[in-house]
Design a protein around this ligand. Structure first.
Ligand code: TYM
Length: 344
């Protein structure tokens, strides 16, 4: 993983952990370029844990059958995107009850003020009105802190938008350690330098997100070749004609350059030079081809995996057993430290 401005690189052999919400039928290009491709790289050097935060997904209403399907679809996309379940520990959050148990302790450790400052809550509750937002949406970052701290990771590979949650996690770990004695490792956010923030193709002022107002601005990993090409070719560009990376005055073109660079591994400056004197249309046509070629095998593999849900479920329960070994040891220590009586 390339080092971002606010992140540091744990040593080889260290542990990393991350997750993506199963709140849509497909992950999107922001999830892929901001997180998944970096997770895949971490497997080579780190002891990696990747999970599906299904308990986070129910902070907003979900249809039960749809949620079950989406959890499997998310797992399939992790694997199709390159997560190797033999190498990494891959599991579903609700299969490991220690997440909810430590989540409560983290909630009790958090101040109302610091919880109120979390941007994700502000954004999501603003959409539906604070009074009708579920309390789970408010306590969500404390559950996320528990997700992380249970596994004592050194690093948390996430996109830029999750930085604030990792900061809260660090504060809570330090607070707990200070109050009850050294217990948690204080994890570092690992934020990629490229692709850390992918913007909506129709509204490049907003980050690409499952809750976007227009589906055309969100490129899904499981979109067909035709849909991918169409969404890129109809992406909003800016005034003028010059292909130049300048997020302030050219947010649309800059986003396309970021995507191009993240998909090909080529520096933005090199791409700018190649397209000097050419039109936006050329850039879009080429990028559409690149994205189609890159995403097709991911979609094909995910579909193959989804044809055998029993096999997928077996993989996930094996992962949960491994995860529980680590999580239960941390929770036992925490329960003892906070002063709970042993259960036996
Ligand atoms: P989520 O599900 O919104 O996003 C999953 C990952 O994708 C990244 N990401 C993006 N990166 C670049 N550009 C974008 N437009 C973009 N949109 C999303 C996110 O930064 C993230 O890395 N709260 C988390 C899920 C979570 C979690 C955790 C993560 C729950 N517990 C513990 C790490 C550790 C979330 O909602 O991510």
């Amino acid at each position: 993983m390339t080092e971002g401005t606010h992140s540091s690189q744990p040593a080889a052999g260290a542990r990393v952990l991350s997750g993506m919400q199963p709140s849509g039928d497909s992950l999107h290009l922001g999830n892929y370029l901001g997180a998944l491709i970096h997770w895949v790289r971490t497997q080579e050097t780190y002891d990696a844990f990747f999970f599906i935060p299904d308990m986070h997904a129910i902070t907003v209403p979900q249809d039960p059958e749809e949620l079950r399907t989406r959890i499997r679809r998310t797992a399939a996309q992790y694997i199709a995107g390159g997560i190797d379940p033999d190498r990494s520990t891959l599991f579903v959050q609700s299969h490991v009850p220690e997440h909810a148990q430590l989540g409560w302790i983290m909630t009790c450790l958090t101040g109302m003020g610091e919880a109120s400052r979390m941007a994700q809550f502000k954004d999501k509750s603003a959409k539906q009105g604070v009074d009708s937002a579920g309390v789970g949406l408010f306590t969500y970052p404390m559950l996320q802190a528990a997700d992380i701290l249970l596994y004592q990771p050194h690093g948390v590979p996430v996109g830029e938008d999750q930085k604030q949650h990792v900061e809260l996690t660090r504060n809570l770990a330090q607070r707990f350690n200070h109050r009850f004695g050294e217990t948690f490792r204080v994890p570092e956010p690992m934020i990629p330098a490229d692709g850390a923030r992918i913007y909506d193709l129709q509204n490049p002022g907003a980050k690409m997100s499952k809750s976007a107002s227009s589906p055309n601005g969100v490129l899904n990993l499981l979109d067909t070749d035709k849909q991918i090409a169409k969404k890129i070719k109809s992406a909003v560009t800016d005034d003028g004609t010059e292909i130049r990376f300048d997020p302030e005055t050219k947010p649309g073109v800059s986003n396309l350059l970021t995507i191009y660079s993240a998909l090909t591994g080529r520096p933005v400056a090199e791409i700018e030079a190649e397209y000097q004197g050419r039109m936006y249309g050329h850039l879009k046509v080429d990028l559409a081809d690149i994205a189609v070629e890159r995403l097709r095998p991911v979609r094909d593999r995910a579909e193959q995996l989804l044809d055998d849900p029993a096999e997928l479920d077996a993989l996930l329960s094996k992962g949960a057993a491994k995860a529980r070994q680590v999580a239960s040891a941390t929770l036992a220590e925490v329960y003892e430290k906070v002063g709970f009586l042993p259960a036996h």
